[in-house]
Design a protein around this ligand. Structure first.
Ligand code: SIN
Length: 183
């Protein structure tokens, strides 16, 4: 690994809503990827895009050999890191845990960072389901942060803007659009 350019800062890696709504103070934003993980709509959301009795579906990362997940890394200066983590720990409290990751920046170079990952088997984990079942759950779910539909489309748009490919996310968004058109 290279010498960190900013040893006094912390990188926070986002791959879901943290891409388009980080809500943390940062000094720099870089597209980055982490190896060995893949983004999946396998996590239940009881507090943001669903309700306790009717959870929505949001993304987590699941380990997959040979895979890589691209997202956005935010460089948070040391004096703002405690406030950032306090806010994120609260926001990501439904099953996510901080995880140390190795970031590979699209511009080149590497550094260590922290991602919020909801591990397989956590209390809110839903796991895989047929595409149409996942889409139906997303279509009917909403919570305090908005509709689950907006979460999926906002993620799709954010990935497009950054030229990040994700067949799983794009397939779900495509199928949702077909269903909304009556298909
Ligand atoms: C993330 O964005 O990195 C975590 C998952 C989410 O909040 O959507």
């Amino acid at each position: 690994m290279n010498e960190p350019e900013h040893p006094e800062s912390v990188w926070v890696f986002g791959y879901g809503s943290l891409i388009w709504r980080p809500d943390i103070a940062f000094h720099e934003r870089q597209v980055a990827r982490i190896r060995g993980w893949t983004r999946r709509f396998w996590q239940g959301s009881h507090d943001h895009r669903g309700l306790p009795h009717a959870p929505g579906r949001v993304v987590t990362l699941v380990p997959e050999r040979g895979a890589a997940c691209e997202g956005v890394a935010y460089r948070v200066p040391a004096d703002l890191a405690a406030a950032a983590f306090e806010g994120l720990d609260h926001r990501e409290k439904n099953g996510y845990q901080r995880h140390d990751v190795l970031l590979e920046f699209r511009r080149g170079g590497t550094d260590v960072g922290v991602a919020y990952i909801a591990p397989v088997g956590n209390h809110a984990f839903l796991g895989p389901a047929p595409v149409d079942e996942m889409v139906a759950q997303i279509a009917r779910s909403a919570g305090p942060s908005g509709t689950n539909i907006d979460y999926l489309y906002d993620l799709e748009a954010a990935l497009w803007d950054l030229a990040i490919e994700d067949a799983h996310v794009f397939e779900l968004a495509h199928r949702l659009r077909e269903c909304q058109a009556g298909g």
